[in-house]
Design a protein around this ligand. Structure first.
Ligand code: FAD
Length: 350
């Protein structure tokens, strides 16, 4: 069948944008549909890349290839567009108890961890910060500025005439024997990169997710942390404009994108845990989004089992910036029939 374009991509968050960019780079014809980031969690996210996130101080599975793939992609995007996207920064982890301290000592002895563990500081070294168990530096991380990332990729799509800034309605999609039709044009495959609105997708309603709402605050602090991200359960991320971002909450009972007084209170409590003396903060903004997490922490990538013209690229949980570029490369190779460096995770798993 003759198609008007090869891929229809729903959503221009980090997932849809990077996938489209990689498909365009392989000479594919693409149209990305987005409603102005109405529910985008990429727009809300702090964008941290933290090789040793989580209580267990564990390297995530696949970080040996996913982290270099992410950093390589952002560097290449910066070179192409002249827009700064990735800000490498040390991440100072304030240890919260003696168990964490012991865990750190064990990890330091493991060769795969040594590139990620920097200076270890004794208790009381951080001035205003409450650090009764000391702290250490995680290396190899930083943050992705999501505004510049999304706008430079949106510009790339506009220039390629590959962006429709409208809302997509699932009922307008017609399934054909091989392909789909939308607004009078035929596409070989539609890839849904809808973020939290996967829950409205009638074809993938049997895919199990574990969505988690998150809220963050933008603050002005008289003495913001400089030159490093501070992490003590919640994190403080210095921004280029002198403000800091404080995040994030984890909430499973209410899954909308509305900031709440409870979210703000939780974050302010965390700030008081970090700085026991009043830090003199001023709240500038509050935002909320929903992370599409999965029970096994694996992303949701692949074609529909009955309608192969429908595909998913979603489920990046709280690590979109670390995971999307690497998986977008593998999925692109799979879509165009090229050799894949990694196998894709199974989409249908119970
Ligand atoms: C508070 C918070 C903090 C976070 N912090 C981090 C962090 O530090 N590091 C990190 O890596 N990740 C973080 N994340 C997670 C990160 O945001 C996600 O992993 C990632 O952004 C998901 O990207 P996505 O493209 O899949 O979804 P989204 O960014 O949500 O993109 C989906 C897009 O599709 C559009 N869309 C959906 N349906 C339609 C439709 N029918 N018609 C038109 N458009 C549609 C939406 O409006 C949106 O623009 C955080 C998330 C939250 C909520």
């Amino acid at each position: 069948m003759d198609c008007d374009a090869d891929y229809l991509i729903i959503g221009q968050g980090i997932a849809g944008s990077v996938l489209a960019d990689k498909l365009l780079a392989r000479g594919q014809r693409v149209l990305v549909v987005d409603d102005g980031h109405r529910t985008s969690s990429t727009r809300v996210a702090a964008g941290m890349i933290n090789p040793l996130a989580g209580k267990r101080l564990a390297l995530s599975p696949g970080s040996d290839w996913l982290l270099p793939a992410a950093k390589g992609y952002f560097a290449q995007l910066e070179a192409r567009t002249g827009t700064r996207v990735f800000h490498p920064l040390p991440i100072r982890r304030v240890l919260r108890n003696t168990n964490e301290r012991k865990r750190l000592e064990k990890k330091r002895a493991i060769p795969t961890y040594t590139p990620y563990i920097g200076e270890v500081s004794p208790p009381g070294s951080l001035g205003d910060v409450n650090d009764p168990h000391g702290s250490f530096i995680t290396l190899g991380g930083g943050y992705v500025a999501s505004g510049p990332l999304l706008s430079s990729l949106r510009e790339r799509l506009r220039q390629a005439n590959a962006l429709a800034e409208v809302e997509f309605h699932h009922e307008d999609l017609e399934l054909l024997p091989a392909g789909v039709r939308w607004q009078g044009r035929v596409y070989q495959t539609v890839v849904f990169c809808e973020g939290m609105r996967l829950r409205d997708n009638p074809w993938f309603s049997d895919i199990v997710t574990d969505p988690v709402k998150g809220e963050i605050l933008d603050l002005k602090l008289p003495n913001p942390p400089e030159g490093e991200i501070l992490n003590k359960g919640k994190w403080l991320l210095p921004q280029e404009n002198g403000q800091v971002r404080l995040g994030a909450t984890y909430e499973r009972s209410c899954l909308d994108t509305e900031p709440t007084p409870e979210g703000r209170e939780q974050l302010m409590d965390a700030l008081r845990q970090i700085f026991p003396e009043h830090p003199g903060e001023q709240v500038v903004a509050q935002a909320a989004g929903v992370r599409v997490c999965t029970p096994d922490n694996q992303p949701l990538i692949g074609r529909h089992r009955e309608h192969p013209a429908l595909a998913l690229f979603n489920g990046f949980g709280s690590k979109g910036n670390s995971l999307v570029p690497g998986w977008a490369e593998v999925f692109t190779a799979s879509l165009v029939g090229a050799e894949m460096d990694q196998p894709l995770p199974t989409l249908y798993r119970s």
